[in-house]
Design a protein around this ligand. Structure first.
Ligand SMILES: Cc1cc2nc3c(=O)[nH]c(=O)nc-3n(C[C@H](O)[C@H](O)[C@H](O)COP(=O)(O)O)c2cc1C
Length: 172
C-alpha cells in the first residue's frame, strides 16, 4: 500500500499521531490545509485524522465530499478526543463516523486537552462545559471523573495506540 495521511489539528495531538503513523509507514503526511492540493492519484490508501468537537469530527464533511475521488482506495479515519480509549463515549463516537455505502474503518485515539494552545472559542466552550459538569450536585462516578479531567490540561496520547491503524493500512 502507498498511503497518504491528512490531518486537522488544533492543539497538536492529532498532528502528533499523524506524524507517528507517517514515520511507521514511511509515507507523506499533510496538514489539512495543504492536503487540498495533493495529487491523490499516486496513493492507494488515505488516512484522515481529526479531533472530536462536541460529538462531531472536525472537517469530516470535507472528508465525505472527497470520497468520490478516492474510489478504490483503502480509507481509514482516526478520531482524536479527550475521552479515554475503550469508553462507551468513544465507541458511540465511532458510530457517528459510519457513512452508508462507504467502506471506511474508523479508530479512536485518546489525545488530551491543551488549554494553552486552544483558540478563544474552544477555550470558552470548554469553560462552559466544565462549569456545567461542576454545577451538577450529585454526580455519577463518570461525571466526577469528567469534572476532574476537564479542569486542567493533560496528555494521554500514546504511540502504541496507532498499531491497529497501521495493521489495517498494511492489510495485516
Ligand atoms: C470545544 C471543544 C469540544 C470538544 N469536544 C469533544 C468531544 O465531544 N469528545 C471528545 O472526546 N473530546 C472533545 N474535545 C477534546 C479534543 O477533541 C481533544 O482535546 C483533542 O485531543 C484535540 O486534538 P488536537 O490537539 O489535534 O486539536 C473537545 C475540545 C474542545 C476544545
Amino acid at each position: 500500500m502507498k498511503p497518504v495521511i491528512l490531518y486537522y489539528s488544533q492543539t497538536g495531538f492529532t498532528k502528533q499521531y499523524a506524524e507517528w503513523m507517517a514515520e511507521e509507514l514511511s509515507c507523506p503526511c499533510f496538514a489539512f490545509e495543504k492536503g487540498k492540493s495533493v495529487d491523490f492519484s499516486q496513493f492507494d490508501a488515505v488516512i484522515f485524522g481529526s479531533w472530536c468537537h462536541a460529538g462531531r469530527l472536525k472537517k469530516y464533511k470535507w472528508f465525505q465530499d472527497m470520497l468520490p475521488r478516492w474510489k478504490g482506495k483503502r480509507k481509514a479515519v482516526f478520531a482524536v478526543g479527550a475521552s479515554p480509549a475503550g469508553t462507551i463515549q468513544a465507541e458511540q463516537f465511532l458510530k457517528t463516523l459510519e457513512i452508508p455505502g462507504e467502506e471506511i474503518t474508523a479508530f479512536y485515539l485518546p489525545g488530551g486537552l491543551r488549554y494553552e494552545r486552544m483558540g478563544t472559542a474552544s477555550r470558552i466552550m470548554m469553560k462552559m462545559f466544565s462549569a456545567m459538569v461542576n454545577r451538577k450536585k450529585e454526580k455519577t462516578p463518570e461525571e466526577e471523573q469528567m469534572a476532574q479531567m476537564v479542569s486542567r490540561s493533560y496528555d494521554v496520547s500514546d504511540r502504541k495506540r496507532i498499531k491497529p491503524v497501521l495493521e489495517y493500512i498494511r492489510g495485516n
